[in-house]
Design a protein around this ligand. Structure first.
Ligand SMILES: Nc1ncnc2c1ncn2[C@@H]1O[C@H](COP(=O)(O)OP(=O)(O)O)[C@@H](O)[C@H]1O
Ligand SMILES: [Mg+2]
Length: 199
């Protein structure tokens, strides 16, 4: 069965989860898998010489488990039961995978039909992050000592990627980001439908 898989990555607090949820509300047959659901337990997280838990690296995530969840969806893409869109049973099943470390994880490289990367500046990121409560909570100096440096490293890796990544300005309003991505996706989905007819 044809599927369409969307990757939404980017900086912490860039708005990935918010955007994914807004898209899911408006796209027929759309499921979401969130990378945040696949963190290893705290006891398995490395600690650096400054005492900072190393959460913002691939090793902190059970990526095999996340891959299994994606494979499971691929085998039987779930059709949304609540969809009110007419003819939705004929719509291509859509999967959104959202998370802060997606495009530097090689086994996922061939999965993406469309890739987005949300960015926000340092100050805004630090501000948004300080309003959130994490488990375990961010310790003093954690943002500057771990979170932001790891993001810069990841961002560098993403900039060297060969397939197309659509960068999104995360300081735009939730509504503007939704509209921009929704319109882009409608075009991409139309292209895929053409492809199905002609091949
Ligand atoms: N476009 C936006 N403009 C301003 N604030 C936003 C926007 N999108 C999300 N937020 C806020 O930023 C915080 C992080 O959003 P979230 O979607 O959880 O980010 P992420 O999943 O990338 O960490 C939340 O408090 C959310 O309400
Ligand atoms: Mg999130």
């Amino acid at each position: 069965m044809k599927t369409f898989v969307i990757g939404i990555s980017g900086v912490t607090n860039g708005g990935k989860t918010t955007l994914a949820k807004n898209l899911q509300k408006h796209l027929p047959n759309c499921s979401v898998i969130s990378q945040d659901d696949f963190f290893k337990p705290k006891s398995e997280i490395e600690i650096d010489t400054n005492g900072f838990l190393q959460y913002d690296v691939l090793e902190a995530l059970n990526m095999e488990k996340m891959m299994s969840a994606i494979s499971c969806w691929m085998e039987s893409p779930r059709h949304s039961l609540v969809s009110t869109h007419r003819g939705s049973s004929e719509e291509i099943p859509i999967l959104i995978v959202e998370g802060f470390l997606l495009f530097n994880y090689k086994p996922l490289d061939t999965l993406w039909n469309r890739s987005y990367f949300l960015t926000i500046p340092y100050e805004e990121c630090k501000r948004r992050r300080s309003t959130r409560v994490y488990e375990p909570p961010d310790v003093p100096g954690y943002f500057d000592g771990h979170v932001w440096p790891m993001y810069l490293k990841h961002r560098q890796e993403v900039e060297n990627i060969t397939w197309e990544i659509v960068y999104l300005d995360g300081t735009k309003s939730e509504e503007d980001l939704f509209s921009q991505v929704y319109e882009d996706l409608i075009q991409e989905l139309a292209k895929q439908k053409c492809l199905q007819v002609t091949t």
